[in-house]
Ligand binder design. Structure first.
Ligand SMILES: *Cc1c(COP(=O)(O)O)cnc(C)c1O
Length: 400
């Protein structure tokens, strides 16, 4: 192959088909291409996707309910299970209301689009999830990105209010006065595992009346003694983060997403979020399964403690193997490799030994920072964590 083509090939996206999970209640073991692999790259941090309580709740719901919701929430699709889940999520996150979306991607498109418009301004962390950026771009607001996890740089951008030459002249004076600034960040960064400096961002947003939106897809259920996520981890009160996005396909082991906030904000989203209004509601059995997951998250903190202990164990074992650790306190433990080809080669070497750790390459991560995104789950065994560290250490040293 010519060099440019090879570079292309190293960035080409492919997928593998999971044939089955041979142990019904352990999603970390999968059969792929007829081979048994230990999955170390899912977002199932608490192991709930395979918990029997979720399947039982869905099955129980299906015994008395239709499968498909049949319409959007605003037509006839909003069912009792959805409504109960929204109330429980509001309660769990300490907010007046929560609103369900069919996925986190749709939640971010819809919520940002409902809250920001042309003439408004959005400040976003440079490493924000693609769905947040897409939401910002689609909203028509002016998007400025600040260096990753740098509240001082975000503060400087906030100060520039009024100095932006972004066509405000085209808006009348009243519109200019009501222009809004939205500051958006992931709670836990999905490819790095670090936690946003939420306390500092809250301090910035308060006096400047910027609206802070936190997408805690990887924090909720995992971080904090109660599973309150990155807000609990950072010790910030719910009121200081007016817009909280959570997803239900990761630690919750289910599917869907929600936004939580005060009643007026949620009504604004319900009235205007196109990805809420113009899409079919989730199957009610999915909402029922998610309610079961939420009960486990609240009532059984041991899964959080276990994934935290396994994360510490991984960091000690990886360090002992001479692997460079990233500065991440979460179950997302990336190993930055650099070139996409190297990350792919390492991923394939691990697969040959029975471990599934995907190579994450540009443009999902910045150029030159291709990585293996190791993620831990409460469902992993200590011995598997140790064995992966040994295996990865061996291949890492071979390639130096
Ligand atoms: C995964 C993810 C999403 C998308 O959530 P889905 O429910 O999978 O669509 C949104 N934001 C962040 C930060 C994510 O990691």
């Amino acid at each position: 192959m010519e060099r440019p083509e090879r570079a292309q090939a190293h960035l080409r996206r492919t997928r593998r088909t999971v044939e089955s999970h041979p142990q019904r209640h352990d999603a970390t073991e999968v059969i792929v291409d007829g081979r048994r692999l230990r999955n170390f790259c899912s977002n199932d941090y608490l192991g709930l996707s395979a918990h029997p309580a979720l399947a039982e709740a869905a099955t129980h719901c299906l015994q008395r309910e239709v499968f498909g919701a049949g319409a959007s929430h605003l037509v006839t699709g909003h069912m009792r299970e959805h409504h109960a889940l929204e109330e429980e999520l509001a309660d769990f996150t300490g907010r007046e209301r929560a609103l369900l979306f069919s996925s986190g991607y749709l939640a971010n498109l819809g919520v940002i689009g409902a809250l920001a418009h042309r003439g408004d301004r959005i400040l976003a962390d440079r490493l924000c999830h693609a769905s947040l950026l897409d939401g910002a771009l689609l909203s028509g607001a002016r998007l400025r990105r600040y260096p990753h996890a740098d509240p001082r740089a975000a503060g400087r951008l906030l100060q520039q209010r009024g100095h932006d030459s972004d066509g405000a002249s085209g808006l009348n004076a009243r519109a200019a006065q009501t222009r809004r600034t939205l500051l958006i960040t992931d709670g836990v960064f999905s490819m790095d595992g670090d936690v946003a400096p939420l306390a500092e961002l809250c301090t910035l947003c308060g006096p400047s009346h910027a609206l802070l939106l936190v997408d805690d897809a990887h924090g909720l259920g995992v971080l904090g003694a109660r599973g309150g996520g990155s807000l609990e981890y950072c010790g910030v009160a719910p009121a200081t983060v007016p817009v909280l996005i959570g997803t239900l396909g990761k630690a919750f082991g289910s599917f869907g997403a929600f936004v939580a906030g005060d009643a007026a904000l949620i009504d604004q989203v319900l009235q205007h979020a196109r990805s809420y209004i113009y899409t079919t509601a989730l199957p009610p059995a999915v909402a029922a399964a998610t309610r079961a997951a939420l009960r486990l998250i609240v009532e059984e903190p041991w899964r959080r403690e276990r994934v935290q202990a396994l994360t510490q164990r991984w960091r000690r074992a990886a360090d002992a193997q001479g692997l460079p650790l990233s500065d991440s306190p979460t179950p997302i433990q990336p190993l930055i490799v650099g070139e996409a080809a190297q990350a792919l080669a390492l991923s394939e070497a691990l697969m040959a030994e029975g471990y599934w750790v995907s190579a994450i390459r540009p443009p999902t991560v910045p150029a030159g920072t291709a990585r293996l995104r190791v993620s831990l789950s409460a469902a992993h065994a200590e011995a598997d964590v140790d064995a992966l560290a040994e295996c990865l250490g061996r291949h890492w040293r071979e390639r130096q």
